[in-house]
Each structure stands twice: as structure tokens, then as C-alpha cells.
Design a protein around this ligand. Sequence first.
Ligand SMILES: Cc1ncc(COP(=O)(O)O)c(C=O)c1O
Length: 382
Amino acid sequence: MRTPKVARSLKVRDNTARNPEVAQGRGFGTRDSRWKGQPNHQSQITIPTDGTRWVSEERQPVLPQEPTSLLNLIGNTPLLELFRIRKAYPGVKLLAKAEWFNPGGSVKDRAAASIIAAAEAKGQIRKGIRLLDASSGNTAVAYAMIAAVKGYPLTLCVPKNANAQVLGLLRRYGAEVILTDPLQGSDGAIRKAKGLAESVPEKFLYLDQYSNPANWQAHYHSTAVEIWQQTQGQVTHFVSGLGTTGTLIGTSRRLKEFNPRIRSIAVQPATPLHGLEGLKHLASAIVPGIYDPAVPDETLFVSTEQAYATLKRLAFEEGMVIGPSAGAALAASVILAERMAASKQKAVIALIFPDSGNRYLTEGLFDELPSSVSARVAYRAH
Ligand SMILES: Cc1ncc(COP(=O)(O)O)c(C=O)c1O
């Protein structure tokens, strides 16, 4: 059993309850803006060395204090420090954006909400129109959740070999699902959606997450601002996997506006056939229209095995069960952390954990040799 280290006692100001913006879950101000003009409200709380806080009696949760819509809970996710893993890399902080805190369970809630809001603003969602898009997982769930809340009809093109839990959720939300050729993966689903939109344009509004600027803009306006504020402007590196590429492009663009020295690191699967759900090996896939190769300063390639080994480490050492693409982002961040520590440079690395591992447990996420992955890879290679 691990023995907790002796806690150090710090005086910490806690004005969460008094800052209406924070209390309503609309986001954090910077340290200065949060504290400026606030009543001098101090409480003695104890911070042990693993960062856990024993909450003082006065502290309020950073959640809406009034009844609200489910959709207002999208974004404002926590930035979790990986205290144990970072220990091996002196001078380096590893901070993971826990995107499974979004109500649909993934980072894709942000993009889907932004894409639908943009269509609403343009007056494109009219009576008799069905929303349509292709997705192999999380975006489909996000669209389905939002469409259910708003009462919009929705059709999704999804590869037949998509995660069984995702397919179950889509049915539960009441979305129409068109299953596409599993051998063609997400590219087959894209082709199917495009074909439908072209053949019956009066019926479908093709949202096209791969080319829709509202996708990356979601991260430009939310993810990046949150990371900047949550790190109090200390972030030096941003690491994200590439799927539609919206997360990496939008977040990096804004972070670089805040501080042009922030480095953007893209993560791709090392091989065309892989088990990193949600990620694309761009050299062998349809390159998303929103991808801009000028944005990332560097791309790191991670194998399925590396990502899965990292997932295990994260569960044992940090108590977080996360999805395969998050494992890839962490594996890449560890490569970066090793490099920075070896050259005795300080770094604050912010990375994205797109979803939780719960969605993949039935697929053998923690098997020695993940059977679902090898099965899927073999299936696609057929
Ligand atoms: C699990 C998972 N990880 C990563 C990504 C990549 O995010 P983005 O599409 O913003 O590049 C996705 C996208 O669907 C995903 O579902």
C-alpha cells in the first residue's frame, strides 16, 4: 500500500462562491481577474503533495447553481495534473484536459455544438430537413445528444465495425444510423454521407465536420481559452491527436495568438492500420479540409501498442481509465517530457484526453494484447 506523503499546509484564497462567472460555470478568469476586487476571503486548506484538496466548508462546486440545459455543461472541463507520471521528468508538468466531463462523454461535444449552432445562425435548419454527417464514434454521439435536446431529425453514417457501445447509444438517442462498409473505415462513412447529401440535397443538411470551420472554431473559442486560463498563461506545449484535426488546429491557433512561442504537437497513429479510435493516419486517409499543415510545429507518431501500454500506466499510477486516443496523446507527451527533462528545460505540457476508457472496456481495453484492436486491424486489412 502506498503511504501518503506529509501534507504541506498552504493559505489559499477561495472565492469560487463569490465570483458569479465561475459559480455559473461560464469559465474561469485569469488568476488576476478572478481575484481582483473580490472580498478578502481566505480559508485554511491543506494541499498534500499529490495535489488533492480537502475541500473547505465554504467552497462551492464550479457548476451552474441554477437549473440549466444539459448543453450548457459542454466545455469548462478540468485540467488534471499527472502527478506521478511527471515525477520522472524534472521541470516538466503534464496537464491533461479531461474531456470525458462533457455531457456526451467526449471532446466532440464542443465541435458538434459549434457546428449545429453555426447552422442555426445561418438559418439552415428548416422544417423537413435532416441533419446528416459521418462519424466513427464520438461526434456521432455528440450530434445525437444535441439533436435529441433540440428535437432535430438526424442521420448518421457510421462504419459497421464502430464501437458497439457507441452504436447502442445512437439508437438510444433516437438517431437514424446508416451502417457503412467496415473495410473502408471512417473514409467509407464520409463517402456515403457526401453521396446522400448530393443525391437528395433538399432532404439533408450535410454538416461535414471534416471541412466545417465551426469545428476548429469551437476549440479556438473554448478549449484554448480554458487551457490558457487554467495554466495562468504558463502553458509551453500543446499535444493533441488528429482525427478531423479540429481540436489541434483550433486550440493551437488561439494558443499561438496568446503566446507565439507555444509549441503545437500533433499525434498520429504510426501505421495506416491501427487501434487508436478517433485518430487518422493522414498519409493513408482522406485529409480533412480543415487541416492546416502549417499549424503543428511537429508530428509524433505513436503505435497502438505504445498507446495501450500508456493507458495501463495511467490507470495504475493516476487512477484514470481513458480511451486509446488519449493513450496516444500521453505517449507522445511522455516522449516530449523525456526530451525536455534530458535537455534540462522547463515545460508545461497541456494535452487532450478526448474520452474515457469506459466506452472501450467491453472491447478488451486492458487485455494483454487487445483482442478488439488486433481483430479490427485484421478485419480492415482483409
Ligand atoms: C476518441 C477520439 N480521440 C480523438 C479525436 C480527434 O479529435 P479531432 O476530430 O478534433 O481531431 C476524436 C475525434 O472524433 C475522437 O473521437
